[in-house]
Design a protein around this ligand. Structure first.
Ligand code: COA
Length: 335
């Protein structure tokens, strides 16, 4: 089946062995054979759009699968007219369209499921780097994208009707921030989240946020990585309106999440709306116990400047964690 996009009912995530090294060897061997002309370069891949892409090494590239383990690569076929757009992925000695990589034939794969196997890591990579990072990113509206996740990142993929439609990832309390300082996260942090465009505004982003809050129900404080996108603010606002019990727990954080690096999200929502209503800046005096009124984050400083998070989002191309990137950075996980 080399050179053909697989149409069978079993998809890569259902059949891939947990053997990243074996995959690497197979992909490298295939690439070398193609390069040496042992594979016919007249082979073409037909895309669902009707477009045909010729299998030539000039249209193939190895993408880095994990941001912290650059030796692990995945072989992809790019559109020769737009070499940043991946059209197929080489897995199990076959080419699979991006949509097929995201499908499953396993009916038990439904809802939010922890990323554990190699196949699930590939699904996470494709959703994050290929779909969100390129195919579904509108340069005028989405103001960020994420770097590939580290190899052992805690993450969940959201499965719905036989396809992966979203994900979220977590920085665990006590895990390394990865900034070279040896600092560790001081609280669990909701780090990256994505829902495919056609599945948006159906409560899925909220469901992932709720799952995160429920998973860490014993923790007094939970972080959301800064910068937070405008759409995610909407999700947080709605969530906190309906779940007042969570208002005191959710903080926008920079790593490692010390008190001086936290801003209470409900406070930001509240201040933003007050400012919009009366056109003036407000400096509420709130007690730490009052969770119905949004409040400032740090215990020792003065009134919170509610645009603190904004400056991180707009002012820095890459935050300390180096995971979220803004539009004007062109570095993707693949060339
Ligand atoms: C942010 C994101 C995950 C939200 O996912 P979602 O599944 O659409 O969220 P929900 O359906 O749970 O939305 C919850 C509420 O927020 C509102 N909302 C979400 N996105 C919105 C937007 N772009 N504009 C206006 N309202 C929005 C919804 O209407 C909904 O309100 P409702 O309950 O009154 O209908 C999704 O837009 C996304 O993947 N964006 C790109 C990546 C990103 O920005 N990640 C966040 C990084 S901080």
């Amino acid at each position: 089946m080399k050179g053909k996009i697989m149409l069978s009912e079993a998809y890569p995530v259902d059949i891939l062995e947990d053997d990243p090294e074996g995959y690497q060897v197979a992909a490298q061997t295939y690439y070398e054979l193609l390069r040496e002309g042992a594979q016919t370069s007249t082979e073409v891949i037909s895309l669902s759009t009707g477009e045909q892409v010729r299998l030539e090494t000039s249209s193939l590239c190895f993408c880095t699968l994990y941001r912290d383990e650059p030796q692990h690569k995945i072989l992809v076929l790019v559109n020769p007219q737009d070499t940043k757009t991946v059209v197929a992925v080489y897995l199990k000695e076959s080419w699979w369209s991006v949509e097929h990589v995201l499908r499953t034939s396993d009916p038990t794969r439904q809802g939010l499921m922890k990323v554990q196997s190699f196949g699930e890591r590939i699904v996470l990579f494709v959703l994050n780097t290929i779909v969100f990072g390129r195919l579904e990113r509108r340069l005028d509206s989405d103001d960020m994208f994420f770097l590939p996740h580290p190899a052992k990142e805690q993450a969940k993929v959201l499965w719905r009707d036989g396809a992966a439609v979203g994900f979220y990832s977590i920085k665990m309390k006590g895990s390394l921030c990865g900034d070279g300082t040896g600092a560790c996260y001081l609280l669990p942090v909701f780090d990256t989240v994505f829902v495919r465009r056609k599945n948006r505004c159906q409560g899925l982003g909220t469901a992932m946020l709720r799952d995160f809050c429920d998973t860490f129900h014993g923790d007094e404080a939970l972080g959301i990585s800064c910068p937070i996108s405008p759409a995610m603010y909407k999700v947080l606002r709605q969530f906190l309106l309906t779940c007042p019990g969570e208002r005191g727990r959710l903080w926008e954080v920079d790593p490692p999440g010390a008190w001086g690096q936290r801003v209470n999200i409900w406070l930001k929502v509240y201040l933003r709306e007050r400012t919009r209503q009366d056109g003036s800046t407000v400096h509420p005096k709130c007690s730490e116990e009052d969770t119905d009124t949004p409040r400032q984050t740090s215990q020792d400083d003065g009134p919170t400047h509610f645009n603190q998070g904004e400056s991180h989002r707009n002012g820095s191309l890459e935050n300390q964690r180096g995971h979220r990137m803004t539009n004007n950075v062109s570095k993707l996980g693949y060339p």
